[in-house]
Write a protein that binds this ligand. Structure first.
Ligand SMILES: Cc1cc2nc3c(=O)[nH]c(=O)nc-3n(C[C@H](O)[C@H](O)[C@H](O)COP(=O)(O)OP(=O)(O)OC[C@H]3O[C@@H](n4cnc5c(N)ncnc54)[C@H](O)[C@@H]3O)c2cc1C
Length: 483
């Protein structure tokens, strides 16, 4: 007999929400969460802390609350905002998106999450470094690793493993499946870092700091292939950072004859912000282990298949952050809520096989994942643009409906760009319009394709072949629009 019904590998954000959802939908199930962090500092991504921009939309938190009955409040919600505002490099155009949202305290959140999760009956094992899955008869039947304190081997068995170990998952590569993707292209990874700081207000400029809005700065010199952010945590407190795509940073360095790294870019970005004076790292107890750090985040579609026999992927281990803005908390809340329910149902039916867990793939895609492949192409196009093209495109190509689409995390419809009566100035901008029309067309196909994601594993091979045919063709075509 297995030690537990469910083992959740990784007790971060996605892991604890999924564990809560399992118990909400399967109250009698035994659930163990295993994490490498110490009990006193749960849910850390790495030794530097819980590195994150800390922003999440209210809509995503409400989704979790409605589906699993867990409410977040103060103090894990540190500050409320009215949305995110993305500025063009020349700051002349801004796009609002995401609506009301929260700035979280990522150090406190796991403490509160663990209290709630333990109260629901979930057991925890801390300081266990998981290195792999136990596979029996083609099914994941447990986890193995090392006890970080005693150096003794660690091994626990279960009927179902939920992998929530984040970007660096060691378990994913061992999933007994030819459908689960094991690794991703390095160009789909952003290297990101941030500071949590107190400051004295400098000049009043809401394109630099706004206590009511999370600010995003698109700028290929400041954050090549990514963006800079200034997210308020109070009137004089900020989460400030940026993300870059490594190969684009190299070309930007070559273009500008510089040798910048993520660290030096972060310092330059902080220094140039005139609304923020005398910044100093927060030494508050709730930040002091978390005030600075760099980590990676994926910006592509979620794993093409997120289940195998006895195994489910959720959160960053499934590459869920949104391709456009690397927001991974929202999809982790949605996925965790769904995954926990599907896991409980499969165990109730005594069928945690690939087929028994399959509906999680389908339900996540219907709720959220249908749009991510199109956004991945859109992101690839945007990453190749010059600052001048971004300025022009944001000013001239975005109508109200497009802003509304972006606000909902959807690909805007640029199908009408360049039609009669619209003058586009400059060859580069014409090429951009062609590129946007192209990603719009591909996005429509991709959304439809995801809407017909197979109902069972049997249809996956053909569906996936078609997906990759179109993605490969699209990526080759995107190179023609690049500068
Ligand atoms: C700099 C930066 C800024 C970001 N900003 C935002 C933002 O503003 N908004 C947003 O929505 N998203 C943001 N993201 C993404 C967001 O942080 C992640 O999507 C989110 O944390 C994913 O949660 P998770 O639980 O899947 O993974 P994680 O938070 O990484 O948790 C993984 C857990 O697994 C544990 N673990 C890992 N490996 C092992 C192992 N081998 N054995 C045992 N335990 C293990 C870890 O200790 C951790 O507790 C940002 C990411 C970065 C890097």
């Amino acid at each position: 007999m297995a030690d537990y019904d469910v083992i959740v590998a990784g007790g971060g954000l996605a892991g604890t929400v999924t564990a809560q959802s399992v118990l909400k939908h399967g109250p009698g199930l035994s659930v163990l969460v295993v994490d490498k962090s110490p009990e006193t500092m749960p849910g850390k991504k790495n030794t530097a802390g819980w590195i994150c921009g800390d922003a999440v939309s209210k809509e995503a938190v409400d989704y979790m609350t409605e589906n699993i009955g867990v409410k977040w409040g103060e103090p894990e919600i540190e500050h409320k905002v009215k949305g995110v505002m993305a500025f063009s490099p020349d700051r002349e155009t801004s796009i609002p998106f995401d609506g009301d949202g929260y700035m979280l305290n990522r150090q406190l959140l796991p403490e509160r999450q663990n209290e709630r999760t333990i109260n629901m009956g979930v057991k925890f094992e801390f300081e266990k470094n998981l290195t792999g899955l136990i596979i029996e008869d083609g099914l994941a039947a447990g986890v193995k690793g090392v006890d970080a304190k005693t150096r003794e081997p660690f091994r626990k068995t279960c009927r179902l493993v939920i992998d929530a170990t984040g970007m660096t998952s060691l378990l994913r590569g061992q999933a007994y499946s030819d459908k689960v993707e094991k690794r991703i292209d390095r160009h789909d990874i952003e290297s990101t870092g941030r500071y949590i700081m107190y400051f004295e207000p400098g000049i009043h400029d809401t394109t630099e700091f706004d206590p009511d809005y999370c600010i995003i700065h698109l700028d290929q010199d400041i954050a090549p292939g990514g963006y800079g952010w200034v997210f308020p945590k109070g009137d004089k407190k900020v989460n400030i950072g940026l993300g870059v795509e490594k190969s684009l940073l190299e070309s930007r360095n070559a273009r500008m004859n510089k040798k910048d790294t993520v660290n030096t870019l972060m310092d330059e970005y902080l220094a140039r912000n005139k609304a923020i004076e005398n910044p100093r790292l927060s030494e508050d107890g709730v930040d002091k282990n978390n005030a600075t750090g760099i980590f990676q985040v994926s910006v592509r579609r979620q794993n093409d298949c997120m289940v195998a026999g006895g195994y489910i992927l959720v959160g960053d281990s499934a590459w869920m952050p949104k391709p456009l803005d690397a927001g991974g908390i929202g999809p982790a809340l949605v996925a965790g809520s769904i995954a926990g329910r599907c896991a409980a149902e499969a165990l109730e039916a005594n069928d945690p096989s690939e087929a028994g867990l399959w509906k999680y793939n389908k339900e996540f895609i219907n709720e959220y994942g249908y749009k991510t492949a199109g956004l991945e192409l859109f992101r690839r196009l945007i990453q190749t643009l010059t600052n001048e093209q971004i300025n022009y495109g944001m000013k001239h190509f975005l109508g109200n409906l497009d802003v509304e689409s972006i606000s909902k995390g959807e690909h805007p419809d640029f199908g009408g760009l360049g039609k009669i009566g619209m003058i586009i100035r400059g060859a580069l901008n014409k090429r951009l319009a062609d590129g946007l029309r192209f990603t719009t067309k591909q996005n429509k196909w991709l959304v439809e394709h995801y809407r017909s994601y197979p109902e069972s594993p049997g249809g996956f091979a053909e569906w996936n072949k078609e997906l990759h045919r179109v993605l490969d063709e699209s990526n080759a075509r995107l190179e023609q629009f690049a500068n």
